[in-house]
Design a protein around this ligand. Structure first.
Ligand SMILES: Cc1cc2nc3c(=O)[nH]c(=O)nc-3n(C[C@H](O)[C@H](O)[C@H](O)COP(=O)(O)OP(=O)(O)OC[C@H]3O[C@@H](n4cnc5c(N)ncnc54)[C@H](O)[C@@H]3O)c2cc1C
Length: 433
């Protein structure tokens, strides 16, 4: 490894941490240690496509070493950080290692926030990591396989899928799952009454895609209803059990597949940093992406509340994380060279969500010019392909999308998590979780 003058320790190889490492890697003045509990960078926006067998694992995850190949000044360590001392900029790992830097970048992302909903943490399937998506895919395939062998299970809710949360994650998941049921499963399970499959989307608000312009709310609702999705808006979830979801109006929906897309909080590491936490359990960050009172400590992406132009925290988006990762790298290089840090300026290119085959909504730029339908669908494909970490992932994803689009079958329908397939239908419990 090259021996640079400043050592930067980065925790988390997601959008923010990886963008920061990549930018720093081009400078001979620093050496970087990137610590992540996994050996891969995961592409969260496409996890729902992994869960619904549209894409394969290698389309949505890339080895961090491969992402940073050719940069001798970057060292990747697969370790889980359990504690942070921001005064000395030292991190300690579960495995007992510790790393101290002249600069410390914390970018450990987020996890599901169940808001205390009874049984949700134990029984719902979150969708925030590669492992979550693989488990969910196996559960979806397992209920079809079990019901195919024993059709009576349909009466026990085997083919009911309940998605909790009508933001982009829940809406995209509902669209993809409805397409999977309508196009793929009907063809592949001719002996099974797939017509009785139901996809429910529940939200306590009265619209879907709350962060989008009003037209997108109606477009999303209509599109999903055309695909057969049952919308339950203005209703909360009271309880998630292994075999049902109980709504706040007393309705009980039998299901073995409740998907949690109901909200985010910072990764648990945030609570072990002794840094001030704000909304969503995220670390309070100054406009230049550092933390008040802790020189050399930067907090990025979903792990912090990154202030926007009106001093409101920016949303938890891949584009915010990626841009602030690059910005933090510039500020670190400036600091190391004795130049001042510059406040982060987010270049808001807009937001978009896919609602299944040929359907998407986009609100482009900070003026939020609206697009929907096939044009937005094409824009969604292009933007997400560009965001992917490598050329191989882009090519593979387009091949899988092509098979799915023209062939209407899912190339990656593999039940590879046997733990999720062990459903104890008789006693209302599940296999090991
Ligand atoms: C299902 C889903 C769909 C989304 N869709 C979109 C979209 O369409 N467009 C968009 O812009 N954004 C989208 N987002 C949001 C976007 O993915 C996040 O804002 C972005 O990933 C945040 O980047 P990050 O680097 O802060 O965190 P992450 O990408 O979550 O990366 C955090 C990294 O930290 C590592 N880590 C965590 N804890 C530790 C620890 N203790 N020790 C070591 N390593 C640790 C993790 O392994 C991970 O690699 C979506 C998010 C989800 C979950």
């Amino acid at each position: 490894m090259a021996n640079g003058s400043s050592h930067v320790v980065i925790v988390g190889g997601g959008f923010a941490g990886l963008a920061c490492a990549r930018k720093l890697a081009t400078s001979a003045d620093v050496r970087v240690t990137l610590v992540d509990k996994n050996n891969y960078h995961q592409f969260q926006p496409l996890l729902y496509q992994l869960a619904t067998s549209e894409l394969s694992t290698s389309d949505v995850a890339t080895s961090l070493r491969q992402c940073l190949r050719g940069h001798g000044n970057v060292d990747v360590k697969m370790l889980e950080v359990t504690a942070v001392d921001p005064k000395t900029r030292t991190v300690t790992t579960r495995e007992g290692e510790s790393y101290q830097g002249d600069f410390l970048v914390l970018a450990a992302g987020s996890q599901a926030n169940y808001f205390g909903t009874v049984g949700a943490e134990e029984n719902a399937f979150p969708l925030y990591s590669l492992e979550d998506a693989q488990r969910l895919r196996s559960r979806i395939l397992a209920v079809f396989e079990d019901a195919d062998c024993d059709p009576k299970l349909v009466d026990q809710g085997a083919l009911n899928f309940v998605i909790i949360g009508g933001g982009p994650t829940g809406t995209e998941m509902a669209g993809a799952l409805a397409d999977m049921v309508n196009f793929t499963m009907r063809a592949e399970y001719p002996d099974l009454a797939v017509k009785y499959a139901r996809v429910y989307l529940i939200d306590h608000g009265h619209t879907l895609l709350g962060a989008f312009p009003a037209k997108a709310h109606d477009y999303a609702a209509q599109t999903l209803q055309q695909k057969g999705v049952q919308l339950r808006l203005d209703i909360g979830v009271k309880e998630v059990a292994p075999d049902h979801v109980l709504l706040s109006n007393g309705t009980l929906i039998q299901t073995r597949t409740a998907v949690w897309a109901g909200g985010l909080t910072a990764s648990p590491l945030a609570a072990n940093t002794s840094l001030p936490l704000g909304h969503g359990g995220r670390i309070a960050v100054k406009p230049d992406l550092t933390v008040e009172g802790f020189p050399g400590v930067y907090v990025l992406g979903d792990f912090g509340n990154i202030p926007g132009p009106d001093n409101q925290a920016l949303p938890q988006l891949g584009s915010v994380a990626q841009q602030c990762g690059e910005w933090a790298a510039e500020n670190i290089l400036s600091e190391a060279a004795g130049r001042p840090r510059i406040p982060f300026q987010y270049n808001d290119k807009g937001i978009m969500a896919m609602i299944g085959r040929d359907s998407a909504v986009a609100a482009i730029g900070n003026k939020r010019h609206e697009l929907d339908g096939p044009i937005a669908f094409a824009a969604w494909l292009g933007v997400h392909a560009l965001l992917m970490s490598g050329v191989r992932e882009r090519i593979e994803a387009f091949i899988d999308w092509g098979w799915n689009y023209f062939g209407r079958f899912r190339p990656t329908q593999v039940l590879d998590r046997s733990d999720e397939s062990r459903i104890h239908w008789q006693d209302g419990t599940d296999g090991e979780r």
